[in-house]
Design a protein around this ligand. Structure first.
Ligand code: PRP
Length: 222
């Protein structure tokens, strides 16, 4: 990083990208190439790698990056943490941006998911977040069949592949455009700054410095 640290930071492409790049710019990084080159993945000069938000925790946990930024949704969806003290990534800051809501949604009108549950004793739930969905329904004792999809999950209830979806909502436009409505809010998500255990311990000074700088930038102090 330009602040003189030797940290590698995993930056999420997608919805969190613009705000993340703006934040890094406020830290003094030269983000011009990062901002303009959508295809390049490694920006060695500024210690940045870019990847999908859902993969950021994997790169950080494996030590391929020291720190990273991803959504709380992706952290919740990671494999369950090992016993206390052995967490793979630590969440150090809530960045506040990238706010969205994880919801249960189904077709407008008579709730087809509730109907399926009543008639068949099980609901088919399409999602990109199988762990979050399974955890949510498991905690409530609701029998579900999880159908894991890679994207555009709103299509599933519209076509009859599933009775409902568990997915993120930001503006609500995708749900509305496909005749779906929120049945229940499961959790809120925002961007989070994470670090792996080794870097947290071995590069404590550099990690502390960037956390402080991020905090100041978020507070508008610069
Ligand atoms: C996300 C999410 C919803 C949509 C919600 O999908 O899974 O589909 O955005 O946004 P909205 O409430 O503002 O309409 P994404 O754009 O990441 O695409 P994907 O479904 O193909 O993964």
């Amino acid at each position: 990083m330009s602040a003189g640290t030797d940290l590698t930071i995993a930056v999420p492409r997608g919805a969190l990208f613009i705000d993340t790049v703006a934040l890094l710019e406020r830290l003094g990084l030269d983000v011009r190439e990062l901002r303009s080159n959508e295809r390049k993945l490694v920006f060695e000069d500024i210690g940045v790698i870019t990847t999908r938000p859902s993969d950021v925790p994997k790169y950080v946990a494996a030590g391929a990056a020291d720190v990273g930024i991803t959504g709380k949704d992706n952290l919740l969806e990671q494999a369950p943490q090992r016993p206390a003290g052995a967490r793979e990534v630590y969440e150090l800051l809530d960045l506040g941006y990238g706010r969205c809501t994880m919801v249960l949604a189904s077709k407008a009108g008579a709730d087809p998911a509730a109907e399926a549950l009543r008639r068949l004793g099980v609901m088919r739930v399409a999602t990109k977040y199988p762990r979050i969905a399974a955890g949510h329904f498991g905690a409530r004792g609701v029998p579900v069949e999880i159908i894991e999809l890679s994207g555009s999950v709103e299509l599933a209830p519209v076509t009859g592949l599933a009775d409902c979806i568990v997915d993120l909502v930001e503006t609500g436009r995708t749900l509305a455009e496909n005749g779906l409505v929120v049945v229940e809010t499961i959790t809120e998500s925002t961007g989070r700054f994470v670090v792996n255990r080794a870097s947290y311990q071995l590069k404590a000074a550099a990690v502390g410095e960037i956390v402080k700088a991020l905090g100041a930038a978020l507070d508008g102090e610069d």
